[in-house]
Ligand binder design. Sequence first.
Ligand SMILES: Cc1ncc(COP(=O)(O)O)c(C=O)c1O
Length: 376
Amino acid sequence: MQVPFLDLKIQYNSIKEDVDSAIQKVIDNTAFILGESVTNFEKAFAEAHNAKYCVGTSSGTDSNHLVLWSLGIKPGDEVIIPANTFIATAWGVTLCGAKVVLADCHPLSYNLDPEKVEASITKKTKAIVAVHLYGQPADMSKLQEIADRHNIILVEDAAQSHLAEYNGKKIGALSRASSFSFYPGKNLGAYGEAGAVLTNDEQLYQKLKMMREHGQSKKYYHDVYGHNYRMEGIQGAVLGVKLKQLGKWTDGRRKVAAKYNELLKDIEQIQLPIEMPNVKHVYHLFVIRVKGDVNNRGERRDKLQQFLSDNGVATGLHYAIPLHQQKCFEDLGYKKGDFPVTEQLAESGLSLPMFPELTDEQVTYVANKIKEYFSK
Ligand SMILES: Cc1ncc(COP(=O)(O)O)c(C=O)c1O
């Protein structure tokens, strides 16, 4: 049996008619940039997260930048982000000319560890970016308490966590502003590059709208610095159709996760993902950890990955090289050993196939192959 890591075609086939006609409408109206499809989507996406405002953008990376830039982050400032995240969280900081400061993740949630954040705060710290990694919300109450005490800004990178919940509330409107990615493989994916920013702050919303469009309040009147971070009409149209299915698809992901958990629970050699008690995890990724020697450089995990691959199961590594060990961040001065939890995850984490349309047979096949591997 072949089990892909992700299959976007199944999803497209299930909504083909609606998607095709929504795209055709944008073309018929030649409404290629922003326009009605984007405005409608913005409204629906904000509502879905109980947020007041949404600004559609050109990508999650651009949204990361826009959030921090609009909040005044500038050269000389420090911004704390998790060591365990996709590099685009860091680009939000570097594009503002500010310094990336990393903090380790929590051993159970794999998200920013509030204690480590507190220890990294200096006089120059201006913001914290909480990433809801793999679809699991970060510990927002503790992070907000720390941010308030030090008078710094808390924002969210929600690229992997559409519709996730923290203490019964949707993420995205739990901080000053949040950034989302609609990269095609995300829980809500466009048919190209796209992203969004959510906020409850009206003034910030007005600024974000200007900044994503050359800083203009009306055509050729540039009131503030900006850039071209606009969402394309076709992406707004596709996302509008897909958003209607997102609740159902999220339930599908949670069902797949529950099935993996049930089938794999007795395998001592692996650590299953832990859904923290006060959250609703939306399983953008289902990351297991292969237990064993931390200094084995991922050998145990790599062998399991190879075995699964030999048996038709595609898996992924998120993320095999932590940010502080990336070449581009050598100048930050970190070294191996600085973020032990992140490093352990990088060496032992393995992302299993995860998408809402995975069948019971496929999930059972993957689980049986993992069992077979460890019973050898
Ligand atoms: C945590 C995180 N932040 C930011 C991004 C950037 O999003 P995009 O690929 O839309 O630029 C991604 C995904 O790629 C991500 O996973």
